[in-house]
Ligand binder design. Structure first.
Ligand code: UD1
Length: 340
């Protein structure tokens, strides 16, 4: 019995594979290496002392996926494989819809034909847009996301909900807030491919001198220090939530709730400048920055209501921001040591 982890060599996927292996799940990874590298697999093996099965192909290739399902007794899937650059998704909408939705549908075809249940989907708090109230709980009305990337997440949720209801299968939609940090071993983290869009990778590269200055997108938001507020969750805490969600799907035989939805965050909001200061203090480094005008499409504030995940999954994101930011700096040092 094995769990298929698509995108299992990616940022959140690789951390989740480690947690699954540590919890004695057999893991089958499919990853086309479009946003990762082979050394991540080697590092997963070093951390866990286990060797997951690995298939390097694009999930749009249905015939190869069928072979994986023929070769392993798959009993569930965590689907991380997706393109995720918000800006790029606006420029290449057809590619984003094709990549993010066709791969999902190919897996669901296999699930449907083989009577498999237990599907976990990487969703995002982007499905809430700028919510009217904080914190954001799972009943907060969804708003049409501004980006094509966000729309693929919302469409993925709808496809899966219809799938669960029509075929009586159990699924979990996990809505991540802002994942940050790296593995405590410093062997896994977010790979710096191109210029980072997200805050923490940009802060990391600025502290390392790869980038000259961080641009803080807007200091005129109606928040305490004028910069936008997000809920930054440590990636290892997030990975553990996947194991808890999977265990719930597998262990709860009732079909009463076919669709589980959880917000995964810390419940605490931090502003951009708070993150910058916390990074400087945690790592004793300087992060030069300049205030710029707001980034188009950004919301003012988002942080999660976390009671449902805490209660139903017996899970809590407990790692403090500074500790998560320390792992980011260790990861940067590891990447530098690989280049020398
Ligand atoms: C972004 C995506 C979101 C995606 C998430 C994944 C957008 C509009 N949204 O969310 O769909 O699910 O990443 O983690 O891109 N910031 C700076 N300077 C920078 C980078 C960011 O000031 O160089 C600020 C942003 O304006 C924002 C905060 O930092 O206020 C967090 O930004 P980011 O890490 O990109 O995440 P989100 O925008 O929340």
């Amino acid at each position: 019995m094995a769990i298929l982890v698509t995108g299992g060599l990616g940022y959140i996927g690789s951390h989740t594979v480690v947690e699954l292996l540590n919890n004695n799940f057999d893991v089958v990874i499919v990853d086309d290496l479009s946003n990762s590298e082979r050394f991540i697999l080697k590092n997963i093996e070093e951390i866990t002392g286990k060797k997951p099965a690995f298939y390097p192909f694009d999930l749009k290739r249905k015939e190869l996926l069928t072979q994986v399902f023929d070769a392993h007794e798959i009993t569930g899937c965590i689907n991380f494989a997706a393109s995720k650059a918000v800006g790029e998704s606006q420029l290449k909408p057809v590619d984003y819809y094709e990549n993010n939705l066709f791969s999902l549908i190919n897996i669901l075809q296999e699930f449907k034909e083989r009577q498999i249940s237990n599907f976990i989907f990487s969703s995002s708090c982007t499905v809430y847009g700028q919510a009217d109230q904080m914190p954001i709980d799972e009943n907060t009305p969804l708003k049409m996301p501004e980006s094509v990337y966000g729309k693929t997440k919302q469409m993925g949720e709808e496809i899966l909900t219809d799938f669960a209801k029509a075929y009586h299968r159990k699924i979990s939609l996990l809505r991540y807030f802002n994942p940050i940090g790296a593995h405590p071993s410093a062997k896994l983290g977010e790979l710096p491919i191109g210029i980072p869009n997200n805050l923490v990778p940009y802060v990391m590269q600025t502290a390392a001198g790869v980038r000259e200055k961080l641009s803080v997108w807007g200091d005129d938001y109606p928040t305490e220090d004028g910069t936008a507020v997000r809920d930054y969750i440590y990636v290892v805490d997030l990975a553990k939530a996947h194991v808890a969600a999977l265990q719930k799907l597998i262990n709860d035989p009732s079909e009463e709730t076919l669709v589980d939805i959880y917000n995964l965050g810390t419940g605490k909001g931090s502003s951009v400048l708070e993150v910058v200061k916390a990074f400087e203090i945690a790592n004793n480094v300087e992060v030069p920055y300049q205030i710029c005008k707001r980034r188009e499409g950004d919301i003012t504030i988002a942080y999660a209501h976390v009671d449902k995940a805490e209660k139903e999954l017996s899970w809590k994101a407990g790692t403090p921001l500074e500790e998560a930011l320390r792992t980011v700096w260790e990861w940067q040092k590891y990447l530098e040591s690989r280049n020398t």
